[in-house]
Each structure stands twice: as structure tokens, then as C-alpha cells.
Design a protein around this ligand. Sequence first.
Ligand SMILES: *Cc1c(COP(=O)(O)O)cnc(C)c1O
Length: 363
Amino acid sequence: MIKFLDLKVTNEKYKEELLKTFESVLDSGWYIMGNELLEFEKEFAQYCGTKYCVGVANGLEALSLILRAYDIGPGDEVIVPANTYIASILAISQNGAKPILVEPSLLTYNIDEEKIEEKITERTKAILVVHLYGKVANMDIINKIAKNNKIKVIEDGAQAHGAMFNNQKVGSLGDAAGFSFYPGKNLGALGDGGAVTTNDAELFEKIKMLRNYGSSKKYENKLKGFNSRLDEMQAAFLRIKLRGLDLENQKRQEIASYYLKEIKNADIIVPINKIEKEHVWHLFVLMVENRDDFQKYLLENKIETMIHYPIPPHKQLAYEELNKEEYKITEKIHKKIVSIPLNPNLSELEVSKIVNVINRYEK
Ligand SMILES: *Cc1c(COP(=O)(O)O)cnc(C)c1O
């Protein structure tokens, strides 16, 4: 069986280093808000090309704290793609603000920039851009719209660590960015983790407080904060894994180019990607007319697939209030997409088997 993703294999190549750092953190006797976190924050800021980074508990919290720190809440609106993972939407509603869904482009799966401006009102405070599947949204156009309307641009970089746009990394392309280090992401911890990156000094100071009870000095609370910290163990693991990120992304790109070149089946739509260097291929998503049948066929051929995601946010029970408008493109995407295995663990043999099986598929 070719698994969709085997995290044991992912982490095996770091095992010795991880065990060594585990022992060192264990023996330090200091597990929260210590040196490993400070060093990771420095290293990740440098990696993304930003002045600042704050480690937080997870990706949802990273996004949520950015909105909180910008005072975006009840009465405010935030523009967000309709076909994102639910966490992008939760970050907005958690703060009492209203998610304003915008349809994606069928070509990129990212927010359709042409449809943003018509949704901007006096209440709009920010655009939450999601670089879905590892592909960067068109930040030139999005930043221009934001500037013209004096609103913030917040990146959801949870699927796009290391992806580039105009030679700049995700995390540095808007006013602030939220990252997730959930184990299956391109940069994954051995548990939950997240971070905010920004060049905004004021935002940086505020989020540092918000993640730690609203305090920057022990037992003095300037803000009503949260407990949303990245612990020393995860920070130490992430420092090791960050050193391997570029190589892992490069392997993803190699497999993706192979898929793009070799998958030839009139019944299957492959993703479009002209600028390979910018895309970090968190997921390789195909569109197929009879998706369930296709998945079954691949499984019979011992290839595991997944769907990202089967139900769009506005069709979730939790978001009935968003289900008043139609989002036809989003719904079409959700009905036809299927993600095939793409991760740095795959061998050449496995990758070529996947291509052969897909090319033999008949509707
Ligand atoms: C994974 C993910 C998140 C949430 O990250 P967690 O660390 O699981 O909270 C947010 N947005 C997107 C697009 C994601 O893929």
C-alpha cells in the first residue's frame, strides 16, 4: 500500500537529532517560554524574511490572535476564500467578526482576486489570504486592493511554509501571517504548534502578550489574554525540522513536476503551475468527474488518496448563517477534487506506479 502520508517515515530521518534535543530539553528542567522558543522564533523569522516571529499554540490561534491584536471583532468583516480549511473561518468568527466568503479561481484554487473588490464594504477590516495546497495567491493584486481600501492583509501560511512570490517568502507578503506546525504540514512538529510572522513591531509586542495571559511581565496583565504558547519541546523539534524544510520542499517540487509532466489522462485535470519554484505542494490535488469511483480504483491498486476537503465551510452545520448565498465554484471543486500522495517520503518507484495507475484509469 502506498500510504497518503506516513509521519513515522517523515520523522525517521530526524530521529537521532530529535532524541538528542528531547534529552537536552528534558535535562534543562525548563519547558515553557525558554531559550528554544526564542531561538526558533529568531530562526523562523529569518527564514521567512520578517523582523519578528511569535510562537503560539497552533495555526488557528496564530490567525485568531492576529485578528484580535488588530482589534478586529464584532461589527467587522473579513474577506476569506470560500474553499479554505475551516480553521481560517473559525479564526474570524472566534473574534466575533463576520467571514465574507469569496469564490476561488478554478485555475489556482486560490481566492479569485477579481471577485474581492465587490465584497468590500465600510465594515471590511482585512483580507485573510490562504495559500491553499502550497500555492501562493496573487499577492501583487491583493496587496493593491488592500492598500486602495486601507485594510489589512493577513496570510494563512499553514499549507505554504517556504513558498515564494516575487522572490519573497510566504509570511512576509502581507501585514502579518499565521502558520501551523501540525505534524502533517510541510513544517510539522511532533504535536500542535503555530507561529505569527510580521514586520509590525506593535503587533509583535501585542501578540507576545496575548499568547501569555496578556502579560509581558510576570503577574502584570496589560491585556485580557490567552494561554497560547509554543512549548520548549516543540520549539526544539521545529528548529531541527526547519533545517530540513528546503530540501523537503524541493523533493515535493520534483515529484510535482514529474506528475505534471507524466499524468496524461483526458478524464483527469491536473493543477496548473507555471512557476514551479514558488509552489511548495503541500497537496497535489486532481479534479475528476466521478471522484468516488476514481478513489476506489486507486485503492484497489493500493494507492491511498484523500479529499481536501469534502464539505465546504458554508455547508457545515456550524455555519448555517453562511449558507444563504451560493458558492458554485467552491461546491464544484469540493465535489471533484481528490488529493494523491505527494510527500518527500515517496520513492521513484512509488511515484511512477502512481502515474501509471492514474494513466490507465477509465471512467
Ligand atoms: C492546518 C490549517 C490551519 C490550522 O492549523 P492548526 O495548527 O491545525 O490549528 C489553518 N489554515 C489552514 C489553511 C490549514 O491547512
